[in-house]
Design a protein around this ligand. Structure first.
Ligand SMILES: CC(C)(COP(=O)(O)OP(=O)(O)OC[C@H]1O[C@@H](n2cnc3c(N)ncnc32)[C@H](O)[C@@H]1OP(=O)(O)O)[C@@H](O)C(=O)NCCC(=O)NCCS
Length: 214
């Protein structure tokens, strides 16, 4: 007769620790991928026939002039809304965030000109593996042509391919362009969005990777 010893049941805390270890492993794996942007997302032709090239690089590999353009577009688009929010505008902090070694950037160009970028990271959020979209910023000439939708689709595909649970982002509630944009793309209020968010100036939105369970 074989004596099968019953394994002791794992406590809730042990289960959470196991789950966190898996999440950390997946984030590290995703961050180890040399080129996460699939070939299919490296070119885009908009409705009006404009051609765009899209590349993906770590902030630390971007030429200094590209990083400087990224910061100047960020400032052009977002300085005022930040100033009008309780966060205020801290140029040094934003520059450090955009050039952090963990930062990845999609950069869209058209005819050799930079026209848009997205700063994103594979990271832990509330102990879950996520793709966090820190920024999506387009020059005004490149808006309303489907480029923003295409770049978000690229992020969602990279999240899926790297087994992230969801794409998460923070948006000012009064951003009259971005709020309808993210809703049009199917983003919903995230469970980590501050409670009683009526009192807050921002919301956290997310889109679940449907092949992963929470
Ligand atoms: C938000 C932003 C990235 C959207 O990118 P975009 O390429 O212009 O958007 P798309 O053309 O892909 O639009 C997709 C859908 O979003 C919605 N949408 C986009 N812009 C909109 C606007 N200004 N008003 C209302 N709905 C809008 C529409 O439903 C649109 O579909 P349609 O063009 O078929 O009607 C771009 O406007 C931008 O860079 N804004 C300034 C920076 C900013 O606010 N970034 C977000 C910070 S969180």
């Amino acid at each position: 007769m074989v004596n099968v010893k019953k394994q002791p049941r794992k406590t809730r805390r042990q289960q959470q620790a196991d789950r966190r270890a898996v999440a950390i492993k997946l984030v590290n794996l995703a961050n180890g991928v040399e080129q996460p942007l699939p070939l299919a997302f490296q070119k885009f032709v908009s409705k009006d026939g404009t051609n765009y090239e899209i590349s993906c690089s770590r902030a630390t590999s971007l030429p200094a002039e590209t990083l400087s353009w990224i910061f100047s577009l960020m400032e052009k688009n977002m300085k005022r809304p930040y100033q009008e929010s309780p966060w205020g505008w801290d140029a040094e902090k934003k520059q450090a965030e955009l050039s952090d070694p963990a930062a990845l950037h999609l950069v869209a160009t058209s005819n050799g000109q930079n026209v848009g970028f997205s700063h994103f990271r594979f990271d832990l959020d509330d102990d879950k593996e996520v793709l966090y979209c820190y920024e999506l910023q387009l020059e005004s000439v490149a808006r309303r042509k489907g480029l923003g939708r295409f770049m978000m689709h690229a992020l969602e595909t990279m999240a899926l391919q790297n087994q992230m649970q969801r794409v998460v982002l923070t948006v000012f509630k009064n951003n009259a362009t971005a709020v309808p944009f993210f809703h049009a793309l199917g983003y919903k209020l995230d469970s980590t969005s501050p409670q009683g968010s009526d009192a807050q100036h921002y919301v956290i939105l997310s889109k679940q990777n449907l092949s992963r369970a929470d």
